[in-house]
Design a protein around this ligand. Structure first.
Ligand SMILES: NC(=O)CC[C@H](N)C(=O)O
Length: 247
């Protein structure tokens, strides 16, 4: 059973797939994909005004509440908190008409909006990691503070999710967050080097954007991950041929 993480439309298609293959509603679909579908398990939200796209999205940071007294991997990954804030960007939602039947068949909506009307997180408890979220967890993921749904996906893919839970959601020293640390000893040699960051299209003019600190081990730069924009990093006192490109 392969781990799965669905995001936004991925959350909606997970519901469609479950409706087709477990609820046996063979034509189940989203109203976004078909006007004539009999079993529209995903529908446009009441405030979505069809034909008037601008400003009708459910957009931005909103609260998701975990249902009380549930066994949920994703809730544990979020530190067993009662509610979370994540960013949204969608117009469609799970059709309330089908929620009871979907849950009865085993797919659980473990997180909902504050009015408990909108389904926000689903999970298949019997599966090693089958999670989908209506929001966009990638927006709030940071290099040293990775988003819990992604963390769960990667740990499950490496068959490490249960040991991670057993350790109280802590990575072991042998399993650090960065793949670029080969051993604990290397952490002793971690240093920071001052460098200037340039946006790629400005390198000709050499307009520095800002100064940053680059983590290094033994003079070797650690790769900077999850950069949102293409950047050129120019370490001080090195020639242009030694500059590092990150696209
Ligand atoms: N961001 C998305 O994936 C959007 C999903 C879907 N089109 C909706 O509006 O609900």
């Amino acid at each position: 059973m392969k781990p799965f993480l669905g995001i936004c439309l991925g959350f909606q298609t997970a519901v469609i797939e479950f409706a087709r293959n477990v609820l046996n509603l063979k034509d189940a679909n989203s109203a976004e994909c078909s006007d004539t579908v009999e079993h529209a398990v995903i529908i446009d939200m009441p405030e979505h005004n069809t034909g008037d796209m601008g400003g009708t999205m459910r957009l931005g940071k909103r609260t998701t509440v975990f249902k009380p007294n549930i066994q949920s991997k994703i809730k544990r990954l979020y530190g067993n908190v009662e509610q979370i804030e994540e960013r949204h960007r969608h117009r469609y939602e799970v059709n309330p008409k089908y929620i009871e039947e979907i849950e009865k068949q085993g797919l659980k909506f473990v997180g909902v909006d504050i009015d408990a009307e909108r389904m926000e997180i689903l999970e298949l408890p019997s599966h090693p990691y089958y999670v989908a979220v209506q929001f966009h967890p990638e927006y709030l993921s940071r290099p040293m503070d990775p988003s819990p749904p992604f963390m769960g996906l990667i740990l499950a893919a490496k068959d490490r999710l249960n040991s991670y839970f057993a350790r109280g959601c802590k990575l072991s020293p042998r399993e650090p967050q960065s793949d670029y640390y080969d051993s604990d000893d290397e952490l002793d040699h971690l240093t920071l080097k001052q460098a200037t960051i340039y946006s790629t299209d400005e390198t000709d003019g050499r307009k520095p954007d800002k100064s940053i600190l680059l983590p290094q081990v033994g003079g070797k730069l650690l790769q900077i991950r999850k950069a949102c924009v293409p950047v050129t990093i120019l370490a001080p006192n090195v020639g242009p041929e030694e500059k590092l490109q990150k696209k």
